[in-house]
Design a protein around this ligand. Sequence first.
Ligand code: 3HC
Length: 329
Amino acid sequence: MYTTDLSGKQQADKIAEDPALVAAFEARVANDDFIEPKDWMPEAYRKTLVRQISQHAHSEIVGMLPEGNWITRAPNLRRKAILLAKVQDEGGHGLYLYCAAETLGTSRQQMIEALHSGKAKYSTIFNYPTLTWADIGAIGWLVDGAAIMNQVPLQRTSYGPYARAMVRICKEESFHQRQGYEIMMALCAGTKDQKRMAQDALDRWWWPSLMMFGPPDDNSPNTAQSIRWRIKRETNDELRQKFVDVTVPQAEAIGLKVPDPALSWNDARGHYDFGDIDWDEFYAVVRGEGLVAKERMTARIQAWEDGAWVREAAQAHAMKREAAKLAAE
Ligand code: 3HC
């Protein structure tokens, strides 16, 4: 991951921080107060937030691509309208999150450049291809389902602008999860081929969805500090377990089989036990070796370049209005 702080912020990082300020900050966090943009905060806290929020924003924007690919091929008008609205929602989430990150002293331009140059991470899940219509159901059900599991606790993250952005995002993600599950329900109640298509999508998306929560806690360099700062409220493994516990009965309810021979209910733990995740695959995708990683970045860069005239026009309009306002004063 990277940090996109302005250079002034990076210099400040090297200056020793006033212990009284640090203590006051930590007391506020411990008291569950929100930290706001103009409040003093340790530089490492700021950097961690920029890293996480910008990664999250990039994930929302790149996440539009696998589903956008199916808008023209949705099976009917109702499905097309719903999918269009969902993909637009994801664009909106990206924008709220870029704005939240900007309040920490980084610019949109810096974040986008970091994404396009390959310096910035985004969620591994979006480097897998969407091969059939059932993949759109599986993404809504599993990917948005995993996103909600991760994001509901973020509504209580310690940084105010991030927490507030998450409130609306979670409401919309909840609708996304339901529309995905409803697609899977319809396919499972359909012909044998449709049910087979749904099972195939579950088989391909299950393990990558579990990887979305990040590396196991004992191999997660950021979790302990982020929990201490109350940026993260639950660890990667805790959230992954919750997701498995909620999702397995949903699969069973529509007659699908989770592709994990080691999956079994553990009465003593009160949770499902599940098989080993292929962490080599996870790290390969993080390194940019995902199946469609190159296509994703090419599409993002193309969209950014194609949109240059819109940004220029908006800027020219803003300057004209500012000039008119000054002239009227
Ligand atoms: N994909 C890509 N990189 C990942 C990753 C994943 N699934 N999981 C972890 N990583 C990266 C981390 O960014 C970190 O990179 P760094 O050390 O170089 O900075 C490294 O792997 C180690 O992981 P950690 O567990 O130590 O990192 P974090 O404490 O930041 O935890 C996280 C990772 C759980 C993803 C956390 O950043 C988080 O909760 N982020 C906010 C939610 C988010 O980004 N969601 C994206 C999902 S998709 C989405 O929301 C779109 C929706 O529409 C479906």
